[in-house]
Ligand binder design. Structure first.
Ligand code: HEM
Ligand code: 2DC
Length: 469
């Protein structure tokens, strides 16, 4: 017989005590490790209540399949109150990230066509390829200046610039010029604001922003300042494209970028377009750059694997005869490496959905309306789901075992990551260019752990040594 909801194990009855333990364990930065700990303690399903939100947590691919079948036509995830509060406070529209219901669906359908459909991939490739090329030139310059024929560095700041330059080129069809020697202070400020925005969001998952706002807390003030910086910079970029487009409408010769395409399509209001473009610009920086940093870190720790991927890239370069879109179809191990990076170092600790119908998970009845979380980080490190989970093995995504509900780093279904195509293409091209030119080494082999700042980030700087081939 199916067991009742109230019998699911977990510390959900005493939420105040739970919040206290949470603080004591420095839970804010360790949320991913606490989830692993809970799955070890309670098994593959547990209920929890931390602060004001309550959820059922699952880890198994089979359960993920059941969850996503019950997500309904308007899939809804955990509402990040800090983000909606800011928009309400400043009277700004929600973009696709924060909308729900029919409003979300109608915007998302239009955006899908311009941002994630296979037909636009070809438009993005030359734009992203150009940025990858410039990044290589910049690294050569840095190596030259070092006078040692190698460059040892924490690449994260360069990667943030690479990611912002890439996503901007795709969104606006224009270069910002972030890979030049001169650093545009506005762009640097934008990058800093995104980091601050994520950092100040995580405490507000547990303390209602409305409360913090009315008590004049620093977290809320910093958060507002961060979003203000993000919106101001995005507004400037959007205004400039808008004006250009009104002065000389597109000739249709060259791909004008996502924003201009949306404006010309005329299916969404300008305010809706602005809201979602801002979210895409903000969502496109820390996510891909950190994933690339983790990938270089793993490749530096696995020199043979690095060589194997380099060989795959060389072969693909020759076989594709200058057709970059074709080339991207010939690098399965490279794509496996990115999947493997996201398995061990996911951007999102969990995926969540409010289910729209009653379901059964692990033989427990779960009523419609419940928030169900799939622990992505915990799943990626579970030996029952990924044999030898501690090993970085991109080939597990190429051959062997079933991938059934295992590759979920970008989420699932109609509510999955809207930036996925941009992110994947951008990351693949980056690695292709970098591996064709440089070797990556790690001087000291130390394990770097993740810390939670809404997205998972390396706990300390990752130092890499880059050498020309
Ligand atoms: C949503 C992961 C890069 C924009 C999401 C979600 C995940 C995710 C897990 C939630 C999906 C769900 O609930 O099923 C990632 C990862 C990235 C990445 C792993 C890179 C390694 C990007 C980039 C952009 C972006 C580059 C923008 C260009 C968005 C947006 C949403 C989203 C707008 C909300 C979509 C909606 O609610 O309809 N992402 N993301 N992401 N992501 Fe990403
Ligand atoms: C964080 O418990 C942990 O892609 C919470 O590009 C549940 C939760 C809800 C939504 C998730 C968030 C977590 C992590 C960051 C995600 C976000 C949805 C989109 C966002 C996964 C797992 C992200 C990084 C977007 C951000 C775009 C934004 C800055 C404009």
């Amino acid at each position: 017989a199916v067991r009742p909801f109230n019998e699911i194990p977990g510390q959900w009855k005493n939420s105040v005590a739970n919040l206290y333990t949470f603080w004591k364990m420095d839970g804010l930065r360790n949320i991913h490790r606490i989830m692993v700990h809970n799955f070890n303690m309670y098994g593959p399903i547990y209920r929890e209540k931390v602060g004001y939100y309550e959820s059922v947590n699952i880890i198994k691919p089979e359960d993920a399949a059941v969850l996503f079948k019950a997500e309904g036509h308007y899939p809804k995830r955990l509402r990040v109150e800090a983000w909606t509060s800011y928009r309400d406070y400043r009277n700004r529209k929600y973009g696709v990230l924060l909308k729900d219901g029919e409003d979300w669906k109608s915007n998302r359908i239009v955006l899908n066509k311009e941002v994630i459909s296979p037909k636009v991939q070809g438009n993005f490739v030359p734009l992203l390829d150009e940025v990858g090329h410039d990044f290589v030139a910049r690294v050569y310059k840095k190596i030259e200046r070092s006078g040692q024929n190698e460059w040892t560095t924490d690449l994260s700041h360069e990667l943030f610039k690479y990611a912002l330059e890439s996503v901007s080129h795709v969104l606006y069809g224009e270069r910002l010029g972030l890979l030049l020697d001169y650093i545009d202070p506005d762009a640097q400020h934008f990058i800093d604001c995104i980091t601050l925005m994520f950092k100040t969001t995580s405490p507000m998952l547990y303390f209602p922003p409305a409360l913090l706002r009315h008590t004049g807390s620093k977290i809320w003030k910093d958060h507002v300042e961060a979003w203000d910086g993000i919106f101001n910079q995005a507004d400037r970029c959007i205004q400039s494209i808008y004006r250009q487009l009104r002065k000389n409408p597109e000739d249709g010769e060259k791909y004008p970028g996502v924003l201009a395409s949306l404006l010309m399509l005329d299916k969404l209001s300008i305010e809706d377009i602005k809201a979602s473009i801002t979210e895409l610009m903000a969502g496109g920086v820390d996510t891909t750059s950190i994933t690339l940093l983790w990938t270089l870190y793993e490749l530096a720790r696995h020199p043979d694997l690095q060589e194997e991927i380099r060989a795959e890239i060389s072969a693909a370069r020759i076989a594709s005869q200058g057709d970059t879109v074709e080339m991207l179809k010939m690098v399965p191990l490279l794509k496996g490496a990115l999947k493997e990076t996201l398995r061990l170092h996911p951007v999102a600790v969990s995926l969540q959905r409010y289910i729209t119908e009653d379901i059964v998970l692990q033989n427990y009845h779960i009523p419609a309306g419940t928030l169900v979380q799939l622990g992505l980080y915990a799943m990626g490190r579970d030996h029952r789901i990924f044999p030898h989970p501690e090993q970085y093995r991109p080939s597990r995504w190429v051959r062997s075992q079933s991938h059934y509900f295992r590759g979920l780093s970008f989420g699932f279904g109609p509510r999955q990551c809207l930036g996925r195509r941009i992110a994947e293409t951008e990351m693949q091209l980056f690695l292709i260019h970098m591996l064709e030119n440089f070797r990556f080494e790690k001087k000291r082999q130390v394990e770097v752990r993740s810390t939670f700042e809404l997205i998972l980030l390396p706990e300390k700087p990752i130092m890499l040594t880059i050498k020309p081939l």
